[in-house]
Every structure is written in C-alpha cells, then in structure tokens.
Design a binder for this molecule. Structure first.
Ligand code: HEC
Length: 252
C-alpha cells in the first residue's frame, strides 16, 4: 500500500514539473506587448492582415498551413468578396472528373492553404534534410508560443567564436542554436498594403500575431465567455448570500 501511495505521489510530482530545454540552451525570451494577452485581450486585425501578407509572400514558399481554410480569413476583417478574390489567386488540384482525371482550378474560399511541397521527403530534400514544419499550430506547439516565433525570426546572429555552425545558421533562440532555416526575413521583404514600413521586427511581430490566430482562432470568444461566466458567478453568489441571510433570519 505504502509503495502504491509513494508511486502515485511521485507520478503526481512528475506532472507538475515543466518540460525544459537541455541545460545551457535556455535563453530567456524577450517580452513583447501582445494585444491578445490579458483577460480582455483581443486580436489586432490590421496586424493579422499584415501577418497574412508575410506568410503568403515569404513563409508559404516552405511552410504549409494545413488547418487554415481561406474562408477562415473572414476573421481577419476581410469581406466575403475579398476572401473570394484571395482564394482565386491560388491554383488547386481537384478531381477526379468524369474521365477519372485530376484537374486544376482556381481556389475557392472552402479550400485550405495549399502545401508548397508534394510530400515530406520533397520538403526535407529542398531544405538541407529538415522538412519545414506545418505552421498551423506552431504558436501552441512551442514554449513561449508567438513570443518564441517572433524572437526566433529576429534571433539570427553571427556564429560566436569557437562554435562550428555555418554562418547565417546561428539563431540565439533556437534550442541548440543551429537551425536549418536561414533568416527568412530581410528589410522590406514584403510591401505592406497599408503602408506600414516593413522592418524585420514589424514583419516578425505581424506574422507571429497571425500565427497565434491560426492556432487559436476562438481566443476572443473563449475570453468573453469566461468574463460572462465570472460575472454570472459573482451575481449568483450575492443572490445566494442574500437568500441564506433571509432563510436563517427566521431560524434564529
Ligand atoms: C526557405 C525555406 C523557409 C522559409 C521561407 C521559411 N522557413 Fe521556417 N523553417 C524552415 C526549415 C527548413 C525549418 C526547420 C528548421 C530546423 O528544424 O532546424 C523551419 C522551421 C521554422 C519554425 C520552427 C522552429 C522550431 O522551433 O522548431 C518556425 C516557427 C518557422 N520556421 C517560422 C517561419 C516563418 C514565420 C517564416 C516566414 C516569415 C518562415 N519560417 C519561412 C524553412 C523555411
């Protein structure tokens, strides 16, 4: 019995410990202000629209975004017609048709973002052996989430003396520092349609904001439900307290 109890206790303790990077790798992430943080946090649509532009013009060359459909872009503040036009810019494979042939057609809002590579092997072969991971849930998959992605995109530095890492492949925030993705961003890599200057910092912030939305599109609804539930619970507590006083007033 004692053994079982101590086993359970050890297991419970195990659940409490937070996974950490290997010792020595833990670089503290910078802290950024995100509009979606805090109880009342919401997404910044202008930033997400710019982030979409960065994803489309830069990241989509290597990274898929499998779980996001074009129609989801309505969340970013686009009209149905704008989403239609955006989707139509893509060519997607469909079929088979009546003759059993696959065919190509213009994208529709119900289509998902197309994958830049036909399969994982092709993706790895074009990227020095490492396939670029899908970005749909990336903002939830890494410790630090959007803050990690933003830091990573701005974390390229010259390789410090004594390390055997090819120039351009040293990233301060990547675990182990040797990354197989060369810095995808450079000044003016995109031309923002809202005229915002496209600095590396700005693009990193916007695309991370966009990827946070991709990973958690229902964040705002979740927060507002949470607030309503809290308000309800507070009022309910007051009502119950008043009722209790009234009932017990007669008993005494
Ligand atoms: C030329 C191809 C290429 C482009 C363009 C590119 N990436 Fe990558 N990316 C990669 C590869 C390859 C990896 C895998 C790196 C590794 O594991 O060493 C990667 C990994 C990542 C990771 C995961 C890092 C980790 O912790 O595992 C993130 C996040 C990421 N990329 C974001 C982006 C964003 C955002 C953009 C657009 C601004 C972008 N990438 C553009 C090739 C690319």
């Amino acid at each position: 019995m004692k053994k079982i109890l101590s086993g359970l206790f050890a297991a419970a303790l195990g659940c409490l410990t937070v996974p950490a990077f290997a010792a020595g790798d833990a670089v503290k992430l910078p802290s950024y202000d995100w509009s979606f943080e805090g109880v009342f946090g919401t997404y910044d649509k202008a930033s997400m629209q710019r982030g979409l532009q960065v994803y489309k013009d830069v990241c989509a060359g290597c990274h898929s975004l499998d779980l996001v459909a074009m129609r989801n872009l309505l969340d970013l503040g686009y009209s149905a017609d704008e989403v239609k036009a955006f989707a139509a810019d893509y060519t997607v494979e469909d079929g088979p048709n009546g003759e059993g042939e696959m065919f190509e057609r213009a994208g529709k809002p119900s289509d998902y973002f197309p994958n830049p590579f036909p399969n994982e092997q092709a993706a790895a072969a074009s990227n020095s052996g490492k396939a670029p991971p899908d970005l749909s849930l990336m903002a939830k998959a890494r410790v630090g989430g959007p803050t990690y992605i933003r830091a990573l995109l701005t974390g390229y530095e010259d390789t410090p003396e004594g390390l055997d890492i090819e120039d351009g492949m040293y990233n301060k925030y990547f675990p182990g520092h040797q990354i197989a993705m060369a810095s995808p961003l450079y000044e003016e890599a995109v031309e923002y349609s809202d005229g915002t200057p496209a600095t590396i910092d700005q693009m990193a912030a916007d695309v991370s904001h966009f990827l946070m939305w991709a990973a958690e599109p229902k964040l705002e609804a979740r927060k507002s439900t949470g607030i309503k539930v809290m308000i309800f619970l507070i009022i309910f507590t007051l009502v119950m307290y008043a009722a209790k006083r009234k009932v017990f007033a007669k008993v005494h």
